[in-house]
Design a protein around this ligand. Structure first.
Ligand SMILES: [Zn+2]
Length: 338
């Protein structure tokens, strides 16, 4: 299917990327019985509230900087083995604080994992710090201040995730001003749980270059046109949308319609094993279920690289590697794995 295609991803939450096999090992390490949320190598939940319980239970299995290094490296190696050359992972320093690890150690662990994976496979990765909307505007501002202060070369973007129905975008605009002033790339979850208005709000008040999901923009033709004019990139996560009932099935998912309308879209996995998916599967869904040809899928990968929060030198290298796909490049060979 799409095994032969080079891939890139710019929307994946680090705790949400935990492979079930690693969760099982971590549970064993800490003497925790994971059977309530992990059975037969898969996460178990049936509605949104159970999903949150399951997600939190899995996240709680990572307690040290070393745990986060292992999680990050494991996920990136999995991506590299599926021919992925670039990944942006969404992290919450606030979460690091809440679990008693501390934001700095949390971030340091994730950076160690990125370095280790790059060393082994050549995969490039960057970190997007996220504020969590349901903890309120003050916490989101703190997350932006932390990201701005971090002056960490791997921290290149700022996002806001969490309960989309909590407050309006205007309440959180200051956090994005702080991040923008610090030179960070901006993206924001919108148009997933809430309708097209949340995407309009994000465009008006945050002016991000990308939007997390944004797929419900399809409900408003004028908004779709505006996205085309602005060139805003939608980080689309089809498997996540179906698992969380944003759309009933892949046939009704708007990825193809948005792309056909001229919106810049790319393919992402969000919280892959929680939605019984992976980036590789999302590419396969676009190909085999949505019927998108390889050249259209390649266009989406190129869009992800063009929209990546990286310095221009790194972007040029990634584009060159992408354009040379099929060629014999040392990094590619490693990325293809066994
Ligand atoms: Zn997300």
């Amino acid at each position: 299917m799409t095994r032969h295609l080079l891939k890139a991803e710019i929307h994946c939450h680090i705790e949400g990327a935990t492979p079930p096999a690693l969760a099982a090992l971590q549970a064993e390490k800490y003497g925790i019985d994971p059977s309530k949320v992990l059975r037969d190598g898969a996460y178990v939940w049936s509605d949104f509230s159970e999903f949150i319980v399951c997600y939190d239970a899995v996240a709680s299995l990572f307690k040290t900087a070393g745990d986060y290094a292992l999680l990050t490296e494991t996920y990136l190696l999995e991506l590299a083995a599926a021919n992925t050359i670039y990944s942006e992972i969404i992290v919450s320093p606030d979460h690091g604080d809440r679990i008693g690890l501390g934001a700095d150690a949390y971030l340091a662990g994730i950076c160690d994992g990125i370095h280790a994976a790059r060393e082994k496979t050549g995969i490039e990765a960057r970190i997007i710090v996220t504020g969590e909307r349901h903890f309120g505007p003050d916490r989101v501002v703190s997350a932006a201040e932390y990201a701005a202060r971090a002056k960490n070369p791997l921290v290149t973007g700022f996002n806001m995730a969490g309960e989309e129905r909590m407050g309006r975008v205007a309440d959180y605009a200051r956090a994005f001003d702080i991040a923008r002033d610090a030179g960070l790339g901006l993206t924001i979850h919108a148009g997933e749980v809430c309708g097209a208005f949340s995407v309009s709000d994000a465009l008006n008040l945050v002016k991000p270059s990308r939007i997390g999901h944004g797929v419900r923009a399809i409900e408003d033709p004028a908004l779709v046109e505006r996205l085309v004019e602005l060139g805003t990139v939608l980080e689309v996560c089809p498997g996540s949308n179906i698992a969380l009932n944003v759309f009933p099935d892949f046939d009704s998912h708007p990825l193809k319609r948005l792309k056909a309308a001229g919106v810049r879209v790319c393919i992402n996995s969000d919280d892959p094993p929680f939605f019984h998916t992976s980036l590789a599967r999302e590419y396969d869904i676009a190909s085999a279920i949505m019927g998108m040809p390889d050249d259209e899928i390649d266009e989406m990968t190129r869009t992800a690289i063009e929209a990546a929060f990286v310095d221009e030198e790194t972007r040029a290298k990634l584009i060159a590697r992408f354009d040379a796909q099929g060629g014999v490049e040392a990094g590619d060979e490693a990325a293809r794995g066994a």
